[in-house]
Design a binder for this molecule. Structure first.
Ligand SMILES: NC(=O)c1ccc[n+]([C@@H]2O[C@H](COP(=O)([O-])OP(=O)(O)OC[C@H]3O[C@@H](n4cnc5c(N)ncnc54)[C@H](O)[C@@H]3O)[C@@H](O)[C@H]2O)c1
Ligand SMILES: N[C@H](CO)Cc1c[nH]c[nH+]1
Ligand SMILES: [Zn+2]
Length: 438
């Protein structure tokens, strides 16, 4: 990776050093995704089957079990797929599920009920979102872990209808994990077309209230488009696009560990990005050497090598400057491999998920520590939170004023209404206060 010295860069060069590959605002991407979304909105299942053939058809050759003409998996297909999953993988899924369950169950909402002034009671309540759609990426790697990250919180939150979509041919372990997490509605369709189906509904796939899940640029763009489309009313979790990691390291850090962590995200896709920020030039050089030797042994070396081309190392003067650079980038994942990682953590203002110390590779959070791996990318971690139980429910307020409460609050409300020139608002109070004088 190129090694840049932060202090020697102009303001524009610093900006360029923290640039991702274009995703949002790419008009070519928007146009092609809009065409897919419109086709699904107007032609439903027929369009889905055409796109399945067009974008995923090549993978279906010689796969007899992949019947993409029936979009929904039958009960017997679900059982058969589950039976093909090894006992070892089932045990790993069970261990991951237990940790994800513990961490997300601990996030249960606590209602608030409070008297703001005598006779005026305010409440904050929460209800599960009724219908949720869960997108599981499957283009270049079958993300079994994403099933657990979405399906478990949806179940814990109490979402009644939980629909899962993933590109064909759907992976057996994705089907097994879905079933283990209580999902019975599984559809074989991916990409922008799957997102459009969840937004508008088709003859086979039901529309949902909120769409969750990460994906490539087509999926992420489709989520953005449908969430702004006047023809449907669907929310999305967040822009969770191509994976990224930023590692902050000092001279104490292990170059081999860092290279392994950088490659773990670079292998996700050619548009993934990895950044090393360090105050040690010898470490930066050692990481570059380790990257070269570890990359050569990876099956997905072509993908990772492309991602590394768009990645870089930034040399800073100290850990405080490292935190400043990281905050400006707002990484999806932040790994801190320094002598005192919690001291650096104190300065962190923007990151989707943080991994502390030499023995916390990002992989543990990706799969099984218990935290959620669906995280904001593209700098959105500055304002958007990592996925949690709260995302699967909606919060709403309740208020109740007694007659005494209205006597105490009414005049202030009427004064505010008068000053907003909204007499009907004022009258709604005045008519009641008058009735109390009778
Ligand atoms: N941010 C997060 O929380 C998070 C978590 C997990 C994974 N990810 C990211 O998810 C992504 C998964 O990507 P993927 O590609 O492997 O799987 P994917 O399921 O997101 O996308 C595959 C689909 O893309 C569509 N597609 C492919 N080429 C197309 C084209 N030219 N035009 C229109 N549509 C096309 C196809 O329909 C295909 O089914 C990776 O970038 C990974 O880094 C992010
Ligand atoms: N690193 C991804 C989130 O950006 C999640 C993942 C799933 N499997 C492996 N990794
Ligand atoms: Zn990962």
């Amino acid at each position: 990776m190129d090694i840049l010295t932060w202090a020697a860069l102009s303001a524009d060069e610093q900006k360029a050093a923290l640039q991702r590959s274009p995703l949002i605002g790419d008009s070519g991407l928007e146009q092609s995704v809009r065409a897919i979304v419109d086709a699904v909105a107007s032609r439903g299942d027929a369009a889905l089957k055409e796109f399945n053939q067009k974008f995923d058809g090549a993978k279906l050759v010689n796969i007899s079990s992949a019947n993409i003409d029936s979009l929904r998996l039958s009960e017997s297909e679900i059982s058969a797929a589950s039976a093909r999953v090894s006992a070892e993988l089932k045990a790993a899924i069970a261990q991951a599920m237990a940790n994800i369950d513990v961490f997300h169950s601990a996030q249960q909402f606590r209602p608030i009920e409070i008297e703001t002034q005598a006779g005026v009671r305010c409440e904050l309540r929460s209800e599960p979102i009724e219908k949720v759609g869960l997108y599981i990426p499957g283009g270049s790697a079958p993300l079994i872990s994403t099933v657990m990250m979405l399906a478990l919180p949806a179940k814990i939150a109490g979402c009644e209808k939980r629909v899962l979509v993933s590109p064909p041919p759907i992976n057996d372990a994705i089907v097994y994990a879905a079933s283990a997490c209580g999902i019975t509605e599984i559809y074989q369709v991916g990409g922008a077309q799957a997102i459009a189906a969840l937004a508008f509904g088709t003859e086979t796939i039901p529309s949902v209230d909120k769409i969750f899940g990460p994906g490539n640029r087509y999926v992420t763009e489709a989520k953005r488009l449908v969430s702004q489309d006047g023809r449907c009313t669907v929310s999305i979790d967040m822009p969770a696009g191509p994976s990224e990691v930023l590692v902050i390291a000092d001279s104490d850090a292990n170059a081999q560990f860092i290279a392994a962590d950088l490659l773990s995200q670079a292998e996700h896709g050619p548009d993934s990005q990895v950044i090393l920020v360090t105050d040690s030039e010898p470490l930066a050089q050692a990481v570059n050497q380790a990257l070269a030797s570890q990359l050569a042994a990876l099956p997905r070396q072509e993908i990772a090598a492309t991602a590394l081309k768009g990645s870089r190392t930034i040399l800073v003067k100290d850990m405080q400057e490292a935190a400043l650079v990281s905050n400006r980038y707002g990484p999806e994942h932040l790994i801190i491999q320094t002598r005192f990682p919690r001291d650096v953590l104190k300065h962190i203002r923007a990151a989707g998920s943080v991994f502390l110390g030499a023995y916390t590779p990002e992989s543990v959070g990706d799969y099984a520590s218990g935290t959620n791996h669906v995280l904001p990318t593209y700098g959105y971690s500055r304002a958007v939170s990592s996925l949690s139980l709260a995302d699967f429910s909606r919060r709403f307020t309740v208020q109740e004023s007694s007659a005494k409460g209205l006597l105490g609050l009414g005049q202030a409300v009427m004064t505010l209404a008068s000053n907003e020139l909204l007499d009907a608002h004022k009258n709604a109070v005045a008519i009641r206060l008058a009735s109390l004088k009778d």
